[in-house]
Design a protein around this ligand. Structure first.
Ligand code: NAD
Length: 238
């Protein structure tokens, strides 16, 4: 039996699948990841992406932050791919309990997924730092410069976890619970290099740990099944 057939069998037999993913899930939708050869870490900016996407940089050089953020993190017209759609379908069929994602693009919800743990927040939610007023994506995408609150003039900040910021406790707790109770855990499109997110997979207790990635990851040896390939193509075959 080949790897895809084995995964197909595990999926057919299970009603408790959990998916844990990262930026590689959305590259086939046209959003660059961080660590691929054509990813953001291999492009040249005035500052490294980790610096620009840090809390300190946001507070000190807000306009420059937004130039990078609008250009690289908010790509116009992107659509979910086969991986996003298949995960949403499994949830509707009662087979998948939840998606845990490091992505901030909202593509899982756009594909129809309901139980989505966004470990690093979402570009679709933005708040005024002064009065807490909520703003959607358009408030950031449609303007230029630093987006300001129309009510009080305060600076609007994306509900995205920047470097130096902590993750939401409720999101972590629910993610740990999903992973700890999962029968099949599928990890895909992530270098597993960003912590504490990457550490969450250690809560898995089962024996059907699947890793789907284009390149090697540090956790390949822990997996029960490793599929080296493009996640959209792999999910299309399931
Ligand atoms: P990463 O860039 O560190 O790693 C991506 C991994 O996915 C790499 O190992 C790469 O080989 C693999 N990959 C790329 N395309 C693939 C494909 N089509 N199929 C299978 N594998 C593929 O990404 P990460 O581990 O998610 O960590 C980066 C951080 O950057 C995350 O915290 C995330 O919040 C953020 N980020 C998010 C987005 C987004 O929302 N779409 C995009 C870029 C970065």
């Amino acid at each position: 039996m080949n790897e895809i057939q084995l995964l197909k069998q595990w999926v057919e037999e299970s009603d408790n699948i959990v998916f844990f993913g990262g930026a590689g899930v959305s590259t086939e939708s046209g959003i660059p990841d961080f660590r691929s050869v054509d990813g953001l870490y291999n492009q040249v900016y005035d500052y490294p992406p980790e610096t620009i996407l840090s809390h300190t940089f946001f507070m000190r050089k807000t306009e420059e932050f937004y130039r990078f953020y609008r250009d690289k993190m908010m790509i116009d017209g992107v659509k979910p791919n086969a991986a996003h759609f298949k995960l949403a379908e499994w949830e509707r069929q009662g087979k998948l309990k939840g998606v845990i994602t490091q992505n901030i693009d909202g593509l899982h919800q756009m594909a129809g997924s309901k139980e989505v743990m966004e470990l690093h927040g979402s570009i679709h939610r933005n708040y005024c730092m002064k009065c807490g007023a909520f703003y959607g994506l358009d408030a950031i995408a449609d303007g230029s410069g630093v987006p300001l609150c129309s009510r009080c003039g305060g600076t609007i900040k994306p509900d995205v976890v920047l470097y130096e910021e902590g993750l939401n406790d409720a999101t972590i707790n629910r993610s740990v619970q999903l992973i700890a109770e999962a029968d099949v855990l599928i990890i895909g499109g992530t270098s597993l290099a960003v912590w504490p997110a990457a550490g969450l997979i250690d809560y898995y207790k089962g024996n059907k740990l699947v890793l789907i990635n284009k390149t090697d990851t540090a956790r390949d040896t822990k997996a029960n099944l490793v599929i080296r390939g493009k996640i959209g193509e792999v999910f299309s075959a399931l």
